[in-house]
Design a binder for this molecule. Structure first.
Ligand code: ADP
Length: 622
């Protein structure tokens, strides 16, 4: 086997696969052949070329097809079962499959970049919301396109989901990060999976019960410390971690996600560049939710590990009306603000939200600063992990279905009704809600509307956790409306899949929604979204028009506005009537939703464009 290794290594060093499944196939093939699965990025992609891997089951041999510039095709047939260690290489010329070759062209990567995601959560390791989904799948989409990608996030051990980190190993690298008047030591764990280096920063402050940010008593009091060390560690990771034998180096892009990673651009500008490090690196702030900004008293500034003269970058003074008492001067440090004024570019997770955050209504106080940086602000709508959320193969749902055969959806609905102890009635619309129980998600509107809504012949299921009052309301409403309402308090991924598949409609009355993922999952599962017309919901859910397209209908759901109980109920009533009385229209809604392209491919292309734009200018803070 050893003798084959160099051959495989060099081969894969130039291999670009056209899709996530191709990468997984490649990894599976390598595993079957007895090779350790290493990233091709270790060897640097020297020249981008469309490269398709095929496993010829019939011949029990592995075929690798590669096109060079003049269009010649070489097929390598190494004998996978060659235990004696003699490699068999065969060079032939074959016709390229037309379909595959055009697909390859579409997804061709022009320049490989070195990309470091810094995030407080990444699925499947840690998750409280959409940030985790994005940081769990966008890195893979970029790696598939040939980039070398590292994701840096904390190694949370809470005693419940620790096994998610089981495949990661201790790199043995320890560094001391200068902050909080001390030199706390952090370690790095590493897992190479799906073409991405998943790096987990290890520190005792990440080892405690609860979710990444808090427990039943609220947010952890030392979150500023926990995410300060994350940012310091993330800046060091590309310099000190020899992943697969090579460090990532300084010429990289930092994709910093929300306030938890917001110190990174400040550290690049204030700590590294003055010493000639990261001179050519760029940073891109991805705003998933502007409402959380990492605000702490001004007196904590000296703990951040920034030079004293950089205070102005994070300084944030609340207006008088927002102060708590007469002696409160409103002086704080605001990490997200610091990132906004130092980062090279800003991306929000939908175009609608990119505009909203520059307005007084959506800017959460930062609208003027964001407006000033409009020229580097873009919106890129999130994609979804179409393997994780696939109704034809989802491991969490009892029956599978596709756009060509929706019978499994009806069975999923019946199974959900059974699970929830509702009457099993196909003609009764089941409406779902999944999400954090938070003012942002408009749960107060649902609470107001439920008495009127439940006068209709419907079944309603809510899955969520968060606000205590709302959780208690869900429990009491369930006991008041046993036939019609179920409240599932908790965070449960399999249940969220079963609700998405089993419901007819998904309600999302979010006050604001940077992108929203549940409506994308819903559409893929033929569940019709009824949403407040805001942010990413406005961008992704097209309002139903039964008369368009010569009466065939257009649209994928209902987007209501303004955000009132009345307009939400009107949209829901329209949806219920369409479900009951206009079967053909309903089927059209389901199928148009299912055929919507929500893959990461488009978004990954747009991120690449942002990388190019970032390089057109010198670093914003030199
Ligand atoms: P946000 O990031 O604001 O919470 P998104 O719609 O972008 O909202 O993403 C929410 C993600 O979290 C989705 O993947 C959703 O399915 C998941 N989620 C939210 N609440 C729950 C829950 N109680 N149980 C399981 N998954 C949940």
């Amino acid at each position: 086997m050893e003798a084959l290794r160099p051959f495989y290594s060099s081969y894969f060093s130039v291999a670009l696969s056209p899709s996530g499944s191709a990468v997984r196939r490649r990894d599976a093939v390598l595993a079957e052949a007895g090779f350790p699965i290493h990233r091709h990025g270790n060897y640097e992609c020297l020249r981008p070329m469309g490269c398709v891997l095929k496993k010829n089951k019939k011949r029990r041999s592995l075929l690798f097809k590669e096109t060079d510039d003049p269009g010649n095709v070489e097929v390598y047939i190494p004998s996978a079962a060659d235990d004696a260690g003699t490699a068999t290489e065969t060079f032939t010329t074959i016709e390229l499959d037309e379909k595959e070759s055009s697909e390859d062209k579409k997804l061709h990567t022009i320049v490989q970049r070195i990309i470091i995601f810094v995030t407080s959560e990444a699925a499947p390791y840690s998750k409280t919301g959409g940030l985790a989904d994005v940081c769990g799948s966008l890195p893979i989409a970029l790696a598939v396109r040939g980039h070398r990608v590292m994701v840096v996030s904390p190694r949370y051990l809470n005693g419940v989901s620790d096994k998610k980190y089981a495949a990661s190993f201790d790199t043995g690298v320890r560094i001391k990060v200068p902050c909080f008047g001390d030199q706390p030591e952090v370690g790095f764990f590493h897992e190479y999976r799906a073409g991405v280096d998943w790096v987990f920063v290890d520190h005792p402050s990440y080892h405690r019960p609860g979710n990444p940010y808090g427990d039943e008593n609220g947010a952890f009091g030392d979150n500023q410390f926990r995410f300060t060390i994350l940012c310091h560690a993330a800046c060091e990771a590309p310099l000190v971690l020899p992943l697969g034998g090579y460090t990532y180096g300084q010429n990289c892009f930092f994709l910093v996600n929300d306030w938890h990673a917001g110190l990174v651009p400040l550290l690049l500008a204030a700590k590294y560049r003055p010493h000639g490090v990261y001179k050519d690196a760029r940073s891109i702030l991805v705003i998933h939710n502007l409402a959380h900004q990492g605000v702490e008293p001004a007196a904590t500034y000296h703990k951040l590990g920034l030079p004293p003269d950089w205070y102005g970058a994070v300084e944030w003074v609340f207006p008088t009306w927002a102060r708590t008492h007469a002696l409160d001067k409103g002086e704080t440090v605001n990490i997200l603000k610091g990132a906004i004024v130092t980062v090279d570019r800003i991306v929000t997770v939908s175009q609608g939200y990119a505009w909203e955050i520059t307005t007084g209504e959506g800017g959460c106080g930062l609208q003027d600063l964001l407006s000033n940086r409009k020229s580097v602000l873009n919106g890129i709508t999130n994609g979804i992990d179409i393997d994780e959320w696939d109704p034809t193969s989802d491991k969490h749902i009892p029956f599978h279905y596709s756009i060509d055969n929706l019978s499994g959806k009806a069975k999923c609905k019946a199974a959900l009704q059974k699970e929830l102890c509702f009457a099993i009635r196909s003609e009764c619309p089941v409406i779902g809600f999944i999400g954090r129980l938070d003012y942002q998600k408009g749960t107060d509107l649902i609470m107001m509307a439920i008495p009127e809504l439940l006068q209709h012949d419907i079944q309603f299921v809510m899955l969520g956790s968060g606000d205590r009052q709302t959780e208690n309301w869900m429990r009491s409403t369930e006991s008041n409306y046993k036939e019609k309402f179920r409240g599932w308090v908790g965070f449960n991924i399999p249940v969220s899949h079963r609700i998405t598949a089993g419901c007819d409609m998904l309600l999302m009355p979010s006050r604001f929604e940077p992108c929203g993922l549940n409506q994308l999952y819903a559409m893929r599962y033929a569940t019709v979204p009824v949403v407040h017309k805001t942010g990413g919901l406005r961008d992704t859910v097209e309002n139903f028009d039964p008369f368009a397209e010569n009466g065939n209908g257009r649209g994928t759901g209902w987007a209501f506005s303004p955000l009132t109980k009345e307009s939400m109920l009107t949209a829901l009533r329209l949806a219920i009537t369409t479900f009951r009385k206009h079967k053909a229209s309903w089927e059209g809604l389901m199928k148009r939703g299912m055929s919507r392209d929500s893959t990461w491919d488009n978004a990954a292309l747009k991120y690449e464009q942002v990388f190019e734009w970032a390089l057109m200018d010198p670093p914003y803070v030199k």
